[in-house]
Design a protein around this ligand. Structure first.
Ligand SMILES: NC(=O)c1ccc[n+]([C@@H]2O[C@H](COP(=O)([O-])OP(=O)(O)OC[C@H]3O[C@@H](n4cnc5c(N)ncnc54)[C@H](OP(=O)(O)O)[C@@H]3O)[C@@H](O)[C@H]2O)c1
Length: 326
């Protein structure tokens, strides 16, 4: 598996996003299927697993990851996040996120950060988190203060690297001045352009880029025709029956290009992303072993400059229907 560097952390170019494994995200799923998916991911080389204390109820997702890494902890880069699973009785601030969720509630106050980390360590059954992200900036707390508390976790040996998710260029710069940031994790895919200022700042500071939802919540695989029960995408305007159908029509040129190249649209979407920057890492999610293996095979694809140009041309006229993402 080809590797990439996030700050000073070496990871496979394509890792694994575990959010899909908790019930109520992409519909119902049981732990047997979730455990099989994680085992496939690790066995196939996706040894960078991304989770969060907010995925599933009461640390469900972290516990799944904890069981999967038992006995093979040294093979795995474990990344998790804090700030959205707020202890009862604590205050929180609104973070508008648009799209399917409208807003999230955040508490990233420094006084809570150690408790968050200790809870995640318990759920994960490990004594250190390799990459620990603030899941969203807390609108009521200067990011420098949150990162100051994370730096203390590094000094205490509870975490190895500091990460930030869903930040702006200015927030990254301010945080990095307090403690080196290894990675920023923001949404980035063919239907979610990167924030150019954030990219430039990350490059300048030597911060790695982790692209979340690199398959556009499945849309870019070209296989989503309808949604099942309990799927959060029912709340996402881009996936309403009417919009999904017109978005699928508009995505046809890229789907067709993948077919002509003899690869799947999912592989093309991931390979395209890896070609955007030498420090970008993708963390697609999947519950399906064959999809996991198909996705990982995209690390070995080299796209010809003409292909990249053709994709950029198609994306320039690919107007997504169904709301802007924040
Ligand atoms: N930091 C943040 O705020 C944030 C927010 C969202 C997500 N994330 C991270 O990003 C990770 C990935 O995001 P995501 O799961 O929302 O979106 P994604 O990776 O863009 O898409 C996942 C969807 O794609 C489908 N899929 C994957 N590979 C496929 C293939 N080869 N062919 C057909 N379908 C395929 C999956 O279905 P199957 O299960 O059927 O394969 C699933 O429905 C999450 O797990 C999480 O770690 C972070």
């Amino acid at each position: 598996m080809k590797t990439r560097v996030l700050g000073s952390l070496q990871v496979p170019a394509i890792g694994y996003g575990a959010m899909v494994l908790s019930p109520g995200v992409y519909g119902e799923i049981d732990d047997t299927r979730a455990e099989a998916a994680l085992k496939t991911a690790l066995d196939a080389g996706a040894t960078h697993i991304d989770t969060s204390d907010a995925y599933g109820a009461d640390g469900h997702n972290e516990r799944l990851v904890g069981r999967a890494i038992k006995g093979r902890r040294d093979e795995v880069v474990v990344a998790t996040k804090f700030g959205l699973a707020i202890p009862e009785g604590e205050s929180s601030r609104s973070q508008p996120v648009g799209y399917a969720f409208n807003e999230l509630r955040v508490n990233a106050e420094p006084r809570l950060v150690r408790g968050y980390a200790e809870r995640s360590l318990r759920h994960l059954g490990t004594d250190v988190i390799d990459l620990y992200y603030a899941h969203y900036p807390d609108p009521g707390v200067p990011i420098e203060d949150t990162v100051g508390a994370m730096a203390e976790l590094v000094r205490a040996g509870l975490i190895r690297h500091v990460g930030l998710s869903n930040v702006t260029a200015a927030q990254l710069r301010a945080a990095h001045a307090v403690h080196p940031v290894a990675a920023v994790q923001n949404e980035w895919s063919m239907w979610r352009p990167a924030d150019a200022a954030l990219l430039a700042t990350a490059r300048e500071l030597g911060v790695g880029l982790v692209a979340w939802s690199p398959l556009g919540n499945g849309f870019l695989t070209g296989t989503v025709q309808a949604l099942g029960d309990g799927d959060f995408r029912h709340n996402a305007p881009r996936f309403s029956a009417e919009n999904l159908s017109s978005n699928n029509d508009r995505y046809a040129p890229i789907r067709d290009l993948a077919t002509r190249l003899g690869i799947s649209p999912a592989q093309l979407a991931l390979a395209w992303l890896l070609h955007q920057d030498e420090h970008v890492v993708a963390i697609p999610g999947s519950r399906t072993p064959s999809h996991i293996e198909e996705n990982l095979a995209a690390t070995d694809l080299t796209l010809h400059p003409d292909t990249l140009a053709r994709i950029d041309e198609a994306l320039a006229t690919f107007e997504v229907t169904g709301g802007t993402l924040l």
